[in-house]
Ligand binder design. Structure first.
Ligand code: HEM
Length: 342
């Protein structure tokens, strides 16, 4: 039994967790075959609630375990990511959810071919909802450049950092059941690269109105090599992605990242590390000194139950075990990809 460390896990402990994350990334029955993209999104949404003026929100606390944050429509779908990590929490109960969610994203980025992201541990888990920020702090993809600035300046990012962070849309896809948008940004959505910026610049993106009334931008790449009978898959961009092109200050960085992959990797690794530290205060030795940490230490929340709705693992307002419903959803997704209308 590993003793609960006073303020953060040791390197040796973390190595075991990282290895376990690597081992779970390959998920042949899920989406494009990898848990990586959604783990990156989990970490981003856990941190992206930060407000620099009021010093609230951020990656401490793992507030998405609670309905108030986890049930925010902006977080729809992230139960998949949290459920993927539950077996790791079971094996290593000493790690806080807040550390596990952020660390897992750095492992996923590296494994998908991206840069090394510096990560420091020590985040604690909230024991109630009192410090959970209000809903509505995450970006709305239907909007444009002003909205991006409003949201990301609040967190303390500048224009260059907004564009670099947006490069994460090289990974994964949109799901109509989560956000209402549909499709992937690049042809290889489990491979980290600067392809998103290249495609953003060179393709002729056409506006498309979806059945649910939302508008996104689409392009069909006829050049991609296909198996017999395979239809070329439409690629997509969100209105916020397209706003990086129409805003001249953003566009400069789209162009630079499209032509210089190393520059993008360097900037992305720095800005993602900064994102994961939002809301975390450390002393000179690196120890987290947020009130909840100095009062409660490195306090990992108990693992959630493997039995749906088990009352004993719920704090007030806490979301129950999430894995069960996913199996059917994933099966449906795979069938839809094969052309079934579900
Ligand atoms: C710039 C503002 C942003 C907006 C408006 C936005 C919006 C969205 C939307 C609507 C989705 C689709 C969710 C779904 O339907 O499942 C998505 C997916 C994703 N986002 Fe963002 N996002 C933004 C920034 C970021 C940032 C900063 C990161 C990370 C650094 C990120 C990483 C991802 C990833 C990896 C996915 C794919 C998830 C999956 O495959 O399930 N996004 N985003």
């Amino acid at each position: 039994m590993v003793p609960n460390p006073p303020s953060a896990p040791s390197d040796a402990q973390l190595d075991q967790v990282k290895e376990a994350v690597r081992a779970l990334l390959h998920q042949p029955d899920y989406d494009d075959g990898s848990a990586g993209p959604i783990l990156v999104r989990l970490a981003w949404h856990s941190a992206g609630t930060y407000c620099a003026t009021t010093n609230t929100g951020g990656s401490n606390g793992a507030g998405m375990r609670y309905e108030q944050e986890g049930g925010d429509p902006a977080n729809a779908g992230l139960q998949h990511a949290r459920a993927f990590l539950e077996p790791i929490k079971k094996r290593f109960p000493w790690i806080t959810y807040a550390d596990l969610w952020t660390l897992a994203a750095t492992v996923a980025i590296k494994e998908m071919g991206g840069p090394e992201v510096t990560w420091s541990g020590g985040r604690t888990d909230f024991t109630d909802e009192s410090k959970i920020p209000p809903r509505g702090r995450l970006p709305d993809a239907a909007q444009g450049a002003d909205h991006l600035r409003f949201i990301f300046y609040r967190m303390g990012f500048n224009d260059q950092e907004i564009v670099a962070l947006s490069g994460a849309h090289n990974l994964g896809r949109c799901h109509s059941e989560n956000s209402g948008f549909e499709g992937k940004w690049v042809n290889q959505p489990t491979r980290f690269s600067n392809q998103y910026f290249k495609l953003l610049l060179v393709n002729d993106w056409k506006k498309k109105k979806l059945d649910n009334g939302l508008e996104q931008f689409v392009y069909v790449d006829e050049e991609v090599e296909l198996e017999d009978n395979e239809e070329p898959e439409e690629l997509m961009m969100l209105p916020t992605d397209i706003s990086l092109l129409s805003d001249p200050k953003f566009k400069i960085w789209v162009e630079r990242y499209a032509e210089d992959k190393d520059l993008f990797f360097d900037h992305f690794s720095r800005v993602f590390a900064k994102l994961l530290e939002l809301g975390i205060r450390r002393d000179a030795s690196g120890k987290v000194v947020n009130d909840e940490n100095t009062e409660g230490g490195y306090r990992s929340a108990p693992k959630k139950s493997d039995v749906a709705q088990a009352p004993q693992d719920h704090g007030p307002g806490q979301i129950g075990h999430e894995a069960r419903s996913l199996q059917k959803e994933n099966e449906n997704f795979q069938q839809r990809k094969m052309g079934a209308k579900l």
